[in-house]
Design a protein. Sequence first.
Length: 350
Amino acid sequence: MINYQHPQVQQDIAELTQQAIPWHELKDKTVLITGATGMLASYVGFTLLYLNAELNLNIKILLLARNQDRLAQVYGNQKNVEWLVQDVCAPINYPDTVDYIFHAAGAASPYYIVNDPVGIINANVQGTQNALELARRSNTKNVVFASTREVYGKVEGKAFINEQDMGTLDPLNARDCYPESKRLAEALLMAYYTQHHINFNSLRIAHSYGPGMQIEGDGRVMSDLINDAVHARDIVLKSTGEAERAFCYITDAVSGIFRVMLQGEPSHAYNLANEQETIRIIDLAHLLQKIANKDKGVVIDIPQHQAGYANFGRTALDTTKIEHLGWGPQVALADGLTRTLTAFGMETRS
């Protein structure tokens, strides 16, 4: 179980909080995190806990999630923390001021995209409106939305996608329930900014990974490969492995979240991706095999149907805009994979 006290978490957060981010802007503030037990959201929460412990920032941390037991497992009993145990699709009736909201509630795995598309849409749309209604009542300084690179859809003729490049999606493709609802959530954010003057930023995040990621039955490539490695199995690919991806370690993603939360231009979207180390999936599998230090192979087993997966190639994201805020990836892929496997209890080859 990955929780705040885990040694890898403590190492990660100690490094993260050394970065030149204006942390003191959070002093005596209240921060709400929705979907608080998810991978990215939990590391945002861990960072706030660490800032309270080490910098005495007196941040009040509101953690919204459906599962109280899971909240207890991930966070334990910490000072300045309040749990809001509810579905994000229900109104968020918090009576006091909320200064910042990080809205990350909602599933993203191919399993849920196939089996609960209505739930995907509700969390992204109704959940976002509920967060915005709370922000409107609370005069919130900034709502930061965990969006996805998938909002761009299929973009043709571009080597890099910047925040103004919108491609095509098909609302009658059931798989597009995920990116279409993220697009509508961004439209809601802009509507509340225009009509109610609620500041927001949208982070279009690409392929984050790290301790706390869901690896059992998730369906995303990094999760599946790490799951095989953790369980000392052959690493199984569901494709030829020729596709390229660019993966972003969790602390690099979270540093981007805080930079945008505290320094972002109101009503702007920001790409958040580590494009410095693109890798073919087949090469990722072999790298994981090497780091895991197990006598196992890489097996290609292509399923007949691949519902739930994006069906177009990858175009790199242009991260110039977030780099202007001082952001840049710090954790190399091999290092991030080693940290992740170590967090799941594996002895790795250094």
